[in-house]
Design a protein around this ligand. Structure first.
Ligand SMILES: Nc1ncnc2c1ncn2[C@@H]1O[C@H](COP(=O)(O)OP(=O)(O)O)[C@@H](O)[C@H]1O
Ligand SMILES: O=C(O)[C@@H](COP(=O)(O)O)OP(=O)(O)O
Length: 293
């Protein structure tokens, strides 16, 4: 067995190809190729009869293997993410967007790649708030986002009642979102928050918080997502399909807010590409900040 040590952090743990594979995929390398590289690293260490290696040595060896495979760009990214981990820069990622666009799927994949243990859905925050605050007190949080308008008495003023209802729910759930963010900032921990209630402009973001708005390009694509989701969850496709127009109007509103607040909007066509686009953007922005710091 090869033992990995990190003298700085007094860490000792058995070499795991799985852990190394994951850290290589973080650099945008396909999982199959990452596995091959991790296997080659392990083989080389075994051939050299190494029983104790430092994380620094594994980094250098992995970097070299990536270069040997002609993956220069990935090698550069790999070193960046390792450096970021060592610097212990806590990051929070917020993924907004209408229901069904793929936020929770993307959040799970990002969490896996970045090794982030905490993924919180604003649906869950809303659910907790529902238990504490009675419908008589705060009716809008007790409905789906696209039905919240039925529970409120819009002030008039010519705005869309659907959007007014949605805004009211977002405003209330944002109180819970801010609490979760505050906690993450206080602990200095990494977190991913995803949900329809993450609308640009409603929560205050600090440095190293990164927000993205996820969209689908067409009604047909969105329909397909609801059918797909219904295959493994109890959320029936029909319920959302009946409200497709409202859901797309909410998407339009969120996108408008994103443009106003300079939040990046990413159309989720292929999951892999969406996740890579976020990773790439995160890397660029973190690199700028670390450079400045
Ligand atoms: N890029 C994609 N291509 C095809 N299907 C996707 C993509 N992203 C997500 N999905 C699927 O669409 C469905 C809805 O995604 P989900 O993550 O539940 O959305 P949200 O959290 O935004 O409501 C899921 O079944 C998911 O597997
Ligand atoms: O309010 C809404 O539009 C959805 C948002 O959930 P996500 O699909 O965005 O997670 O919640 P639901 O009504 O299904 O409980």
């Amino acid at each position: 067995m090869i033992i990995v040590t990190d003298p700085e952090r007094k860490m000792r743990l058995p070499f795991s190809r799985g852990i190394l594979t994951r850290s290589i995929t973080l650099a945008g390398v396909d999982v199959g190729v990452a596995y091959i590289i991790a296997t080659e690293v392990q083989k080389e260490l075994n051939e050299k009869g190494r029983r104790l290696v430092t994380t620094e040595e594994i980094r250098e060896l992995t970097y070299r293997k990536l270069i040997e495979h002609g993956l220069e760009e990935a090698a550069r990214r790999y070193l960046f993410w390792r450096q970021l981990r060592r610097l212990k820069v806590p990051i929070t990622i917020l993924l907004g967007g209408a229901t069904g666009v793929g936020k929770s799927t993307i959040a799970t994949e990002l969490a896996f790649r970045l090794g982030i243990r905490s993924v919180i859905g604003t649906d869950t925050i809303r659910e907790v708030m529902r238990k504490i605050i009675a419908p008589e007190l705060l009716p809008d949080i007790h409905a789906s986002s696209f039905l919240a308008w039925r529970t409120i008495h819009a002030e008039g003023g010519g705005g869309s009642p659907l959007i007014e209802g949605f805004k009211s729910q977002v405003k209330h759930v944002s109180v819970g979102v801010s609490a979760v963010l505050e906690r993450a900032y206080k602990e200095g921990s990494n977190a991913i928050i995803e949900g329809i209630h993450l609308v640009p402009g409603y929560v205050e973001l600090r440095e190293n918080s990164f927000m993205y708005v996820i969209t689908v390009g067409s009604e047909r694509d969105l329909e397909a997502r609801f059918y797909e989701r219904a295959r493994y969850s109890k959320r029936s496709a029909d319920y959302y399909l009946e409200h497709l127009e409202e859901i797309l109007e909410i998407q339009e509103f969120i996108v408008e807010r994103a443009r106003e607040h300079g939040v990046r909007v990413i159309e989720n066509v292929e999951l892999e590409k969406t996740v890579n686009a976020i990773m790439e953007d995160l890397m660029e922005r973190l690199r700028e900040r670390i450079g400045r710091g």
